[in-house]
Design a protein around this ligand. Structure first.
Ligand SMILES: [Zn+2]
Length: 76
């Protein structure tokens, strides 16, 4: 078991939040251009490093008959 807790710090206002958010709950700022790193699934079957994407929420996998929601990166 990991002893680390991961959250996020808004690059616009400095608010620290856990769990991390793609959109800051304090100021509504979107952090991706500010250095936030996030994991998700690329929609593009041949993704390229440096290519701009837009994050959406969708079903990333199935556990039994239940869909698990997560980030899906689509071309910007
Ligand atoms: Zn903020």
């Amino acid at each position: 078991m990991s002893e680390r807790v991961y959250g996020s710090r808004c690059t616009a206002c400095g608010k620290v939040s856990y769990p991390g958010h793609a959109v800051c709950p304090a100021c509504g700022g979107e952090e991706f251009d500010g250095g936030l790193r996030a994991t998700g699934q690329p929609e593009d079957p041949a993704p390229q490093i440096g290519k701009r994407v837009r994050a959406t929420i969708g079903t990333v996998r199935q556990v039994g008959d239940r869909g698990i929601e997560g980030l899906i990166f689509v071309p910007a």
